[in-house]
Design a protein around this ligand. Structure first.
Ligand code: NAP
Length: 267
C-alpha cells in the first residue's frame, strides 16, 4: 500500500528535498509550509498535497492535522521546520529567543502531540525529528539554537520510550552543515562588540569554502528516507561526514576532553 509522509517546513532546503525524494519513491507527500501560495514546484508533482502550516500556530496545527487524518492515512511525520538564532546571548532580545523556542522546540512538540493519539490508536507510525549536531554537542555562539535542538533530542528520546508500547517509533536526524538557505535567509542573530573576536573565529567555519563542503540536502534527505524505511529500532541518525566525525570524536575521547579541545580552538 502507498505510504504517506507529513512534512513541516517543506518550502525550501531539507524539507523540500525530502518531499521530492519521497515522492520519487512512490510515497504520498503532505508538504506543509507557511506560504503555499509561493510554491510552484511541489504543487505540480503527482501525489503531493501542499498545505499551509506555521508551526508557531497551535490552532492551525490541530486543524491541519485533523483535516489530513480525516482524509488519508499518515505513516511518517517529519518535523523539519526550523531556523538558526545565532549569536552571543547578550546580543539577542527576548522576542528573538521566544520565536526560536516557539519554532524549533514548541513547533515539534505541538506537531507530535497532534499526531500522537492517531498513531497510538493505529498502533503504528513514525515521528522523525530533525535536530543538528549542535543538538548533541555545544558550540560557541549557538546557545539558544543548541538549547532548542538539545531539547528536541531529549524530548524525542523520552517520547520514543512512551510510544514504543504502542508500536510507534520516534527517530532523530542530527545533521551537520547542509547547503541550504539556513546560513542565509533563515538565520537570525545579533552582535555585541565584546564578543567580536569569538564571533570572527566562529565565522571562519561558515566561509563560502567551508559551506561548499557541507552536505547536500539530497544526502541528508536520503538519511531521512533510511530512517523512515529501515524498520530498525534506532533512535539517532547522525547525518553528514562532519557530524559523524565530530560525534565519533566525542565517543572516542569523551565529552569532557572534547569540550576542552573545542574550547581551546576559540580561546
Ligand atoms: N542547514 C544546516 O546547516 C542545518 C544543519 C543542521 C540542522 N539543520 C536543521 O534542518 C532543518 C531544515 O533547515 P534547512 O537547512 O533546510 O534550512 P532552510 O532551507 O532555511 O529551511 C527552513 C524551513 O523551515 C521553515 N520554517 C521556519 N519557520 C517556520 C514556521 N514557523 N512554520 C513552518 N515552517 C517554518 C522555513 O519556511 P519559510 O520558507 O516559510 O521561511 C523553511 O521551509 C531545520 O530544523 C534546521 O535547524 C540545518
Amino acid at each position: 500500500m502507498q505510504k504517506s509522509i507529513f512534512i513541516t517546513g517543506a518550502s525550501t532546503g531539507l524539507g523540500k528535498e525530502t518531499a521530492k525524494l519521497f515522492q520519487s519513491k512512490g510515497w504520498n507527500v503532505i508538504a506543509t509550509m507557511r506560504t503555499p501560495e509561493n510554491e510552484t514546484e511541489l504543487s505540480k508533482l503527482e501525489n503531493v498535497t501542499v498545505l499551509k502550516l506555521d508551526v508557531t500556530d497551535p490552532i492551525q496545527i490541530q486543524e491541519v492535522v485533523n483535516q489530513v487524518i480525516a482524509k488519508q492515512s499518515v505513516d511518517v511525520v517529519l518535523n523539519n521546520a526550523g531556523y538558526g538564532l545565532i549569536g552571543p546571548l547578550e546580543a539577542l532580545n527576548d522576542g528573538q529567543i521566544i520565536r526560536q523556542i516557539n519554532t524549533n522546540l514548541l513547533g515539534v512538540i505541538r506537531v507530535c502531540k497532534a499526531f500522537t493519539p492517531y498513531f497510538r490508536r493505529k498502533r503504528t507510525g513514525s515521528f522523525i525529528n530533525v535536530t543538528s549536531m549542535f543538538g548533541l554537542i555545544g558550540y560557541p555562539t549557538c546557545s539558544i539554537y543548541a538549547a532548542t535542538k538539545f531539547a528536541v533530542d531529549g524530548f524525542s528520546e523520552c517520547m520514543a520510550y512512551d510510544l514504543a508500547h504502542f508500536g510507534v517509533k520516534v527517530k532523530i536526524i542530527a545533521p551537520g552543515g547542509i547547503q541550504t538557505e539556513f546560513t542565509g535567509r533563515s538565520m537570525d542573530g545579533g552582535q555585541d562588540e565584546a564578543y567580536q573576536e569569538l564571533v570572527e573565529k566562529v565565522s571562519k567555519g561558515y566561509s563560502a569554502e567551508k559551506v561548499s563542503q557541507f552536505s547536500t540536502p539530497e544526502s541528508i534527505a536520503n538519511t531521512i528516507y533510511e530512517a523512515a524505511t529501515d524498520d530498525k529500532n534506532q533512535l539517532r541518525y547522525i547525518a553528514g561526514s562532519d557530524a559523524i566525525a565530530l560525534y565519533e570524536e566525542r565517543l572516542a575521547m569523551g565529552a569532557e576532553a572534547q569540550y576542552r579541545k573545542i574550547q581551546t580552538m576559540f580561546m
